[in-house]
Design a binder for this molecule. Structure first.
Ligand SMILES: CC(C)(COP(=O)(O)OP(=O)(O)OC[C@H]1O[C@@H](n2cnc3c(N)ncnc32)[C@H](O)[C@@H]1OP(=O)(O)O)[C@@H](O)C(=O)NCCC(=O)NCCS
Length: 327
């Protein structure tokens, strides 16, 4: 069962460095001060040294020991510019353009990871998802063997008995209209991520139809994707297309798809598109009392994650641990 203790244990065995692109944000500074008080995750704050330290002292957070890196005075900036031009040479980026792009904290921080000066990155306290993720897509790229970067949310509902409900939901944040084959890849990546959080994945390809009860292109897409996923991952329990009630409620499952080993007990949900996924995880979070961790980016060559702009310091701290533990 998922607990932060396990992730912290991973980091204690192998301490990591994580870049925060918004070094003056009070929530980042609070999370950084908490991380500095332990010694398993070293924060690197991007920003002007004076501005970062002043912001921290104004908010009353002790960030002594944090590495603060300013793109304007970074001693390896020329080397970074050269590497950036090399990585983006198919786009014809000039050194002058690269200097401008790399003065932005989101691109600069991503290059720190690319250059091996940091293990992971967390941004998005003020940047949009697109502005946090785009540098990673362009510079860090997908893992070998993967065709897309996608994302999942881990949802945790604490229970009085200590048996927390833990679910995975994908792709709620990156791919707007995933194709059938992309859904198959998203399911495989999500299952791997779910296992890290103690979930034994039972995967539901969600739809407004259960095994042919409804008709339409979107139903066909989820049915075909589920069939392809079953063929590709024969060891994973997969059902689809399936409605959410049949996926999670054993009584409904007995009526709608009695033969299924997943129906009624699904814990890993693949949504047809980002509209459904983003709305779906937020319903679980806001009305179902689940804590939502994510989006956790999947299929990327290095661990980089995005915060919600509405996040609080405690969420920043949790996401930093999750991000670095995946490194
Ligand atoms: C992820 C996202 C930002 C990419 O958009 P974009 O930057 O406009 O995408 P582009 O098509 O211009 O692609 C930019 C680069 O990323 C790559 N890319 C885009 N989507 C990708 C994906 N899913 N996986 C891997 N690479 C991807 C492109 O190949 C391109 O690479 P290149 O510059 O080396 O050729 C976009 O899909 C998006 O906005 N998703 C929704 C984000 C959101 O609002 N989420 C809800 C809030 S959580």
């Amino acid at each position: 069962m998922f607990g932060f203790g396990q992730l912290i244990d991973i980091l204690k065995k192998s301490p990591k460095k994580i870049v925060f692109t918004e070094g003056t944000d009070p929530r980042i500074l609070e999370a950084a001060s908490r991380l500095l008080a332990s010694n398993f995750l070293q924060p690197i704050l991007v920003g002007d040294e004076n501005e970062v330290t002043e912001a921290a002292s104004e908010c009353g957070f002790n960030i002594r020991g944090a590495e603060i890196v300013n793109p304007k005075t970074f001693d390896r900036f020329d080397e970074m510019v050269d590497l950036f031009c090399e990585l983006r040479k198919s786009k014809g980026v000039t050194p002058e353009q690269a200097r401008g792009i790399l003065s932005q904290a989101n691109y600069f921080g991503t290059m720190l990871v690319k250059m091996g000066l940091a293990d992971a990155l967390l941004g998005g306290a003020t940047y949009s998802t697109a502005d946090t993720v785009r540098p990673a897509l362009q510079l860090i790229k997908t893992k070998p063997g993967n065709s897309i970067v996608s994302s999942c949310f881990i949802l945790v509902r604490p229970s009085a008995t200590g048996e927390n409900a833990v679910l995975a939901m994908s792709d709620c944040a990156i791919n707007i209209h995933p194709t059938e084959d992309e859904l198959v890849e998203i399911a495989g990546e999500t299952a791997e991520c779910a296992k890290i959080f103690g979930i034994e994945p039972k995967i539901a390809f969600l739809s407004y139809s259960t095994l042919g009860s409804g008709k339409g292109e979107d139903v066909d897409k989820m049915r075909n994707a589920a069939a392809k996923a079953k063929a590709k991952y024969p060891d994973l329990p997969i059902e689809g297309e399936i409605q959410f009630d049949a996926a999670v409620a054993p009584r409904v499952a007995r009526t709608k798809c009695p033969e299924s080993e997943v129906a009624g007990y699904a814990n890993t949900f693949i949504f047809p598109d980002i509209n459904a996924g983003n709305i779906g995880y937020k319903i679980a979070q806001r009305l179902g009392n689940f804590d939502a961790y994510g989006p956790i980016l999947l299929g990327l060559n290095a661990p980089i994650n995005d915060l919600s702009r509405g996040c609080n310091a405690s969420e920043v701290y949790s996401m930093a641990i999750i991000t670095a533990a995946l490194a």
